[in-house]
Design a protein around this ligand. Structure first.
Ligand SMILES: NC(=O)C1=CN([C@@H]2O[C@H](COP(=O)(O)OP(=O)(O)OC[C@H]3O[C@@H](n4cnc5c(N)ncnc54)[C@H](OP(=O)(O)O)[C@@H]3O)[C@@H](O)[C@H]2O)C=CC1
Ligand SMILES: Nc1nc(=O)c2c([nH]1)NC[C@@H]1CN(c3ccc(C(=O)N[C@@H](CCC(=O)O)C(=O)O)cc3)C=[N+]21
Length: 285
């Protein structure tokens, strides 16, 4: 059996086309959705993500700005930047690119973002609402992953999902969303024993680690849905956590890297930003 490749990029193009129309309707009402991204330092991967986000905004008519800050910025200065964006009526979404330099307390920074503008879904209030299933901005990568699985046509309900990775930005929240979709969820991490045994039982595998070829064909049950979140640069090539060539021979569905989860992450960010503009301006759904 050869896996059906879930082309995240194509799904992203479709969703972005619909968002573009929505933005046009808002613009007709003199509302221009606006996203501000704060980028601290010169991490090349972060620079490239931020560039991709700005390009995507432009494509659909969302106004975006990138506030570039020196790596030496103090926490107080960064908090002041966030405060200004919280108060700026033209800004509907705020994203602080992670990771931040070590001298800055990430929690304090995420806490400072107005939850109404928290389009990343990383504020503790957003996270809490997500966990109890209340309305909130969902974190972009996990939300994109759920959309991709749903669009494969397979149901999530009752399936055993194994999530590898427990970060606050991917592993933990995607596990929570899968649970809300009625999957039976196992979360694995660096201290997990017998990962291969767990993986082999999974109907859905989400690999969010950052270790190329962590998941191989021997780990995967025939017909499983395999979502590869990894984005690692290896010898100048972008690779995921899944050994694509071998796994595609056993999996039922498989996302590629690049062109799988990544483009959906940015698309969900656009979706949240458009939504934030509507909520802030009281535009009915
Ligand atoms: N496509 C996209 O849109 C996005 C892609 N990414 C990519 O996804 C990957 C993960 O990102 P992120 O969650 O931020 O990464 P983190 O480094 O924050 O987390 C990695 C997780 O993997 C676990 N882990 C490490 N080694 C192993 C192992 N050998 N077996 C099982 N688990 C292990 C860690 O466990 P422990 O907690 O015990 O340390 C940790 O929970 C990266 O490649 C990143 O570039 C990230 C965000 C978005
Ligand atoms: N506050 C914050 N929010 C984030 O959402 C956030 C963050 N910080 N820090 C870093 C991670 C990583 N991340 C990615 C987004 C898009 C791709 C993406 O589009 N990847 C493309 C390839 C891009 C390329 O070719 O370089 C793909 O997989 O097809 C990858 C990774 C968001 N993150």
């Amino acid at each position: 059996m050869t896996a059906t490749i879930i082309k995240g990029k194509e799904v992203a193009v479709e969703i972005r086309a619909a968002l573009k129309e929505e933005v046009q309707q808002l613009r007709d009402q003199q509302i221009i959705p606006g996203l501000s991204v704060i980028l601290v330092g010169e991490n090349p991967a972060s620079q490239s993500y931020v560039k991709a986000k700005a390009r995507a905004c432009e494509e659909i008519g969302v106004a975006s700005e990138v506030l570039k800050r020196e790596v030496s910025i103090t926490q107080e200065e960064l908090l002041a930047d966030i405060q200004a964006l919280n108060e700026n009526p033209n800004v509907h979404g705020i994203l602080v690119q992670l990771p931040l330099p070590k001298h800055i307390d990430e929690k304090a920074v995420l806490n400072a973002i107005d939850p109404k503008k928290d389009v990343d879904g990383f504020h503790p209030i957003s996270v809490g609402n997500m966990v109890i299933g209340d309305e909130c901005y969902l974190p972009c990568t996990p939300h994109g992953i759920i959309e991709l699985i749903k669009r494969s046509g397979e149901t999530i309900e009752g399936k055993h999902a194994v999530v590898v990775g427990r970060s606050n930005i991917v592993g933990k929240p995607v596990a929570m969303l899968l649970l809300q979709e009625h999957a039976t969820v196992t979360i694995a991490h660096s201290r997990t024993k017998n990962l291969s045994v767990l993986l082999k039982e999974a109907d859905i595998i989400v690999a969010a680690v950052g270790k190329p070829r962590l998941v191989t064909a021997e780990d995967v049950k025939e017909g499983a849905i395999v979502i590869d979140v990894g984005n690692t640069s290896e010898n100048g090539k972008l690779v995921g956590d899944v050994d694509f060539d071998s796994v595609k021979e056993v999996a039922g569905y498989l996302t590629p890297v690049p062109g799988g989860v990544g483009p959906m992450t940015i698309t969900m960010l656009l979706k949240n930003t458009v939504e934030a503009a509507k909520v802030i301006h009281h535009v009915s759904k």
